[in-house]
Design a protein. Structure first.
Ligand SMILES: [Zn+2]
Length: 396
């Protein structure tokens, strides 16, 4: 292996374009861990693709020393060529069970993103099916607003442990607010996942931040030795400097928007700016939109396309992280089912059904601690879900 494609050919048809997504693949000792790095799943975020191509050129010299496998993958080839976020629909909301099942049943789909999804699934499945050790996946993004780079991490203990090795702020719980992301799909397959917002879309530092993250991830995944990577300290220093004080922030609120809302963010908000309860942040056709709580604003939407207006989060004290780790290791998520008004979901072992009339004193914060971050109301009942593979890898 070790083939680097110069430039992806954009195909008009969905047939046999899988190889175009692969920017490079490198295999040293195949019994080691696997690192999958995906860039530019949003076509208006070129930084990820640039960083992957830079890494691919340099990784050849290291290939024989790698303890494991590395796959560098471009996400949305068609949107990237057109420099748009997506062609027909957001590829990073496209990985729903319904879409995946439809393609598996032979459906062709009519949207460009159906083709992208089909191609990516075939590449990723081949990688996962041949893995003989832990699998890590990075998803490289950028934001429309200015601000510090940060990581987005689905709340499992395995994800947290990996993410905390990087000198960056970690956002917990955002993955659980979004449906159909690629990392959601990979998490459900048991992969350790790490999303990274490297900076503003068009800033040259963004690709540099992505590249630094990629080099560090080779070491943190256990695939390359520190000493084998040229200037690893430089990359670590670069990322730490770009990221500011590394914190852990949990997402508590998402403002959803649709195309006909005419949502417009007020100017000047950056990631992690402090906002007050009731502060006007944006406007839409219904009027002013205020922050429902005091907190840190995350990913304010300053581009035409997107379903998320902004998020509000808050910093988590290390004590709570320690406590939740302890509780999960002790099996508290299973024990919680003995509480009155709480029972196991009949079809899903990772979900609880809560009768809020009975269990009304049960604070949601406790469920967060135990990893149940995804919530849905079914009539008077609240269904909360956590991720499988919280502490255990299916690959090892
Ligand atoms: Zn993105």
């Amino acid at each position: 292996m070790g083939i680097v494609m110069e430039h992806a050919q954009i195909s008009e048809t969905p047939a046999d374009t899988t190889r175009n997504h692969l920017v490079g693949s490198f295999c040293g000792d195949a019994s080691g861990p696997t690192l999958i790095a995906v860039g530019s799943i949003h076509g208006n975020e070129p930084g990820g693709s640039k960083a992957l191509r830079r890494l691919a050129l340099k990784l050849h010299d290291l290939e024989s020393k790698l303890h494991g496998r590395v796959f560098l993958i471009e996400g949305s080839i068609r949107a990237l060529a057109d420099k748009v976020r997506f062609v027909d629909s957001d590829l990073n909301r496209h990985w729903t069970r319904e879409n995946v099942t439809a393609l598996d049943l032979g459906g062709q789909g009519s949207r460009a993103e159906d083709w992208e999804l089909k191609e990516l699934l075939s590449v990723l499945r081949e990688i996962l099916d041949s893995a003989r050790n832990e699998v890590f996946a990075l998803d490289l993004h950028s934001t429309s607003a200015l601000g510090l780079p940060f990581a987005t991490v689905g709340d499992t203990l395995r994800n947290r442990r990996f993410a905390q090795k990087f000198p960056v702020t970690i956002l917990l719980g955002i993955e659980e607010q979004l449906e159909g992301t690629m990392l959601e799909y990979l998490n459900n397959r048991g992969v350790v996942t790490f999303g990274f917002e490297g900076g503003q879309h068009d800033q040259p530092e963004t690709a540099a931040n992505h590249e630094a993250l990629l080099w560090l991830s080779l070491v943190h995944a256990g695939i390359a030795a520190e000493a084998d990577i040229p200037d690893l300290d430089g990359h670590r220093h670069h990322l730490a400097k770009a990221s500011g004080r590394a914190r852990i922030v949990e997402v508590l609120f998402r403002k959803p928007v649709s195309d006909d809302d005419k949502f417009v963010m007020d100017p000047g908000y950056k990631n992690f700016d402090l906002v007050g309860k009731g502060q006007t942040l944006a406007r839409d056709r219904h009027g002013n939109i205020q922050s429902p709580r005091k907190g840190l604003i995350l990913m304010p939407l300053y581009q035409g396309k997107g379903d998320d207006g902004f998020f509000i989060g808050r910093e988590v004290a290390p004590f709570w992280l320690w406590l939740s780790k302890l509780l999960r290791k002790l099996g508290a998520p299973t024990l919680v089912r003995i509480l009155p008004g709480v029972w196991r979901h009949p079809d899903d072992s990772e979900s609880l059904v809560i009768d809020t009339r009975v269990a009304r004193f049960f604070p949601l914060q406790i469920l967060h601690l135990l990893g149940f971050r995804r919530r849905a109301w079914k009539g008077k009942r609240l269904v909360v879900s956590r991720r499988r593979f919280d502490t255990r890898s299916p690959f090892v």
